[in-house]
Design a protein around this ligand. Structure first.
Ligand code: HEC
Length: 172
């Protein structure tokens, strides 16, 4: 075999091998793609979940019972509305005692005193919303400076509102 003849057949062999590689690659893609699809099909996933699900389930308390509880809670609320109101006032008093008392008990720096009806009347007349906003955001009045949330930024807006409502309730 001459060098020329060898080169020719060797080149032919290379081309054939490359072609084979491509064919194998394509076939592998087709087979592999199909397999993944079958495994991922929702029908199969459902069937698998069905087969491996626990034999039984333990439910503590049942939905209907929970419903009855809510209903009876609503009834209880209707019968004794004062229970919740008292709870809110309690929270307000606690927050007042912890944060607001520092100024509002003795009337420090012009703060309207707790229970001082004359000092509170005009303020209450502004409406609860204004009082809430002034207490939460702070308020510069003629008498002095009410710091935002009484200076206790850890309080939630609702906490401050409860404290305001408590203070208002004491001045009526
Ligand atoms: C550092 C002192 C200080 C603390 C603490 C403080 N206040 Fe005041 N607060 C004032 C002063 C001073 C005023 C009066 C401002 C004015 O009218 O010039 C005031 C006024 C108010 C008013 C009336 C606002 C208005 O529109 O008339 C409310 C409501 C109020 N405070 C709520 C609170 C609440 C609730 C807290 C606690 C979370 C609190 N304050 C803590 C100083 C304080």
């Amino acid at each position: 075999m001459t060098d020329r003849a060898f080169l020719k057949s060797f080149a032919g062999l290379l081309v054939a091998l490359v072609a084979l590689t491509v064919v194998i690659f394509i076939v592998a893609q087709i087979i592999g793609g199909k397999t993944t699809k079958t495994v991922e099909s929702t029908a199969d996933t459902k069937a698998v979940a069905e087969r491996i699900k626990p034999v039984g389930e333990l439910t503590v308390g049942t939905a209907p019972v929970a419903k009855t509880t809510t209903a009876s809670n609503a009834v209880m609320d209707a019968i004794i509305p004062s229970a919740n109101a008292a709870g809110a006032e309690d929270k307000g008093k606690k927050i007042y005692d912890a944060t607001c008392m520092a100024c509002h008990a003795a009337g420090v720096a012009g703060a309207p005193k707790l229970g001082d009806k004359a000092a509170w009347a005009a303020r209450i007349a502004q409406g609860a919303d204004t009082l809430h906003t002034h207490a939460i955001k702070g308020f510069q009045g003629k008498a002095g400076m009410m710091p935002p949330k009484g200076g206790n930024m850890g309080l939630k807006d609702d906490d401050v509102k409860a404290a305001v409502d408590y203070m208002v309730s004491q001045a009526k």
